[in-house]
Structure formats: structure tokens, C-alpha cells
Design a protein around this ligand. Structure first.
Ligand code: ZN
Length: 321
């Protein structure tokens, strides 16, 4: 179930889910032009509409120039995916119209959707991500991280039916480990609690900003990924990688080193997940004990980078607001 998913001449796989928060044409172009030059094809999420809430910024498909660049990325071989139709409150009618507009503009529906922050239309989000006891703990620690109802019929933000029909993969947990096969080899898996309005779920390596990314993707870590025949899906915000005025050096070095191996597969997230599904042959369900363990590891990762390492997005945005 490990390297068997990969083509015969490849020993490991690496890809990225790029969260579109704080992404503008100017700060994203150098990143994707570099990735194109390295032939590392990843998955970029987009918003159909501009952010409505004060907390978020970023370009959307309504910006012609940005849209043209996104279309160009698609032609180059990058995958485009959804990060809700926009940041903030969008009603069912707006979300359904947004999905159609997405298809009109990009030529097809997204295969991946990633829940954005505090959007009320998020799917199985907030404390629904966790079972007992973590859902209770979360309610105390993050009282605002709740009231998501994208999958609740009757909610003004309900779009679970369209989500089930269109979206094939969602990301849930993130870990302090680059080899997905070591921590969540079931990915992409089905979760019985989320079956009604979602399909497959996958996990990712927690690398929300260049500080975390550079710390995780050292040469020894990349050597290990290759040695283990690993699969890596990093979750990050590439909009943060040009904050100093030039492309983050650690990122450039890590990508160059990954490519220099000559044995890596660098395809978008959906392509990689399809390979894993095909190699496995049948659906994998995440059982309660495994789910509990992954929930614990996810929360442990969050706590470690917030309170011990102090390089998560809260810390990063204090320096680069
Ligand atoms: Zn986001």
C-alpha cells in the first residue's frame, strides 16, 4: 500500500494544498512560476467571490487578471480547488450560484474543497471534527469555533447536497509528520459520521507558513521521505512566501532538493489521492479508535506550534500582518 501506488520509476511523492488566504496576483506569481520551472505541480485553492469579512483578504475569480493567471496555471498542469465560494457569510443560493460560476469560469467543478476558517457554511467543521472528549475540550478552548452548518439541512448555509455531488476530497486533520503513510495510511478514507454529505477525506502535513514549512522540510526529513517510500501532502498558505520581498529561501531550497532526488512524483493532490485509491482497490473507513488517535495527534500538533514552538500563523502574522 506504500510505494506500490507510485509509478515504477518513482520512490516518493510530494505535493501541496495551497490555501488561498492572503493571496494576490502579485505575491503568488513568483511562487507558481518557480514551481512551474521545477515541474512541481500542486493544488491551488481559490475563492469565486472577494472576502466579505474583515478578517480575510485575497483575490478572487472576479478579478480578471487573477482569473487569467489561474486559468494559465490550470493549463500548465496545476489543480484548482475550492476554499468555499468566498470568505465570510454566503447563503445557500449564493453558494450554489458560486459553484456554477466556478464551473463556467474554469471549465469544470472542483474535486477538492477545503473549509475556510470561520465560514458558517463549512462542512462538518468546528467541534464536529472531533468525537468525545476532544469536542468538549475544544468547546472550552475555542468557544467561537462552532456553529458551522454547511451540512445541516434547513440552515441558510446548507450546501451539503451539492457538496456530496461535486466534491470528492476534503482535508480534515493535519500532523507534525511529512509522511502521510506513517500517520494516516487510510487516506483518502471515508468517515461514517460524515457520509451523508461528503465523500473522501485526507490528512496533511501541518506547514501553514514558511516558518513551519522550512522547519519541517529539512534535507534529512526529505531523505527520510524518499527512504520510506513516503507520500507527502503539505498544507500551507503560499501567499505568505514572498512577504520579505523575495521568495522564501528555505522553500526554494526544499523544493530544489526534492526535485534533485530524481525519484519524486510531483502531481496535484487529487491525482495523488486517486493513485492511492486505485492501489488500495476498496474504500477504507476510519474506525473510532483510529479517529480518536488522529484527533489527538492533530490537536497535539496545533498545541505544539502555538505554545511550544510559537511559529504557527498567529505568531507569523504578528511579524507579517
Ligand atoms: Zn483559509
Amino acid at each position: 500500500m506504500t510505494a506500490t501506488a507510485l509509478p515504477a520509476n518513482k520512490r516518493f511523492a510530494f505535493t501541496i494544498v495551497d490555501d488561498t488566504d492572503d493571496t494576490f496576483l502579485e505575491n503568488i506569481r513568483p511562487v507558481y512560476d518557480f514551481l512551474t520551472e521545477q515541474r512541481v505541480f500542486i493544488t491551488k485553492t481559490v475563492w469565486v467571490y472577494p472576502p466579505r469579512d474583515a478578517a480575510s483578504r485575497g483575490d478572487s475569480l472576479q478579478n480578471r487578471e487573477y482569473l487569467n493567471y489561474v486559468l494559465d496555471l490550470k493549463r500548465r498542469g496545476f489543480e484548482i480547488a475550492l476554499h468555499n465560494v468566498g470568505s465570510g457569510h454566503y447563503t445557500r443560493a449564493e453558494i450554489l450560484a458560486g459553484l456554477e460560476e466556478y464551473r463556467d469560469l474554469l471549465g469544470e467543478y472542483p474535486k477538492i474543497h477545503i473549509n475556510h476558517s470561520y465560514n458558517p457554511d463549512n462542512i462538518y467543521s468546528g467541534n464536529k471534527r472531533f468525537g468525545f472528549p476532544f469536542n468538549r475540550i475544544l468547546r472550552v478552548l475555542y468557544p467561537r469555533y462552532r456553529d458551522f452548518s454547511g451540512e445541516e439541512e434547513g440552515s441558510p448555509y446548507f450546501w451539503g447536497d451539492a457538496h456530496k455531488r461535486i466534491i470528492r476530497f476534503n482535508r480534515n486533520y493535519e500532523f507534525d509528520e511529512i509522511n502521510l503513510l506513517k500517520v494516516n495510511p487510510e487516506s483518502p478514507y471515508r468517515d461514517r459520521r460524515y457520509l451523508r454529505y461528503s465523500n473522501y477525506w485526507f490528512s496533511a502535513a501541518f506547514a501553514p507558513n514558511p516558518w513551519c514549512f522550512d522547519r519541517l522540510f529539512t534535507r534529512p526529513a526529505i531523505d527520510r521521505l524518499e527512504r520510506e517510500g513516503g507520500i507527502c501532502i503539505a498544507y500551507t498558505h503560499l501567499g505568505y512566501y514572498t512577504r520579505t520581498g523575495e521568495l522564501d529561501r528555505g522553500f526554494v531550497e526544499a523544493i530544489r532538493y526534492l526535485v534533485s532526488k530524481g525519484t519524486g512524483l510531483f502531481v496535484p493532490v487529487s491525482d495523488l489521492l486517486e493513485l492511492l485509491l486505485k492501489a488500495r482497490g476498496s474504500d477504507c473507513y476510519l474506525g473510532p479508535a483510529r479517529k480518536l488517535k488522529l484527533e489527538f495527534l492533530h490537536l497535539l500538533t496545533r498545541a505544539k506550534y502555538r505554545y511550544v514552538r510559537r511559529i504557527d500563523d498567529r505568531a507569523f502574522k504578528r511579524v507579517y500582518p
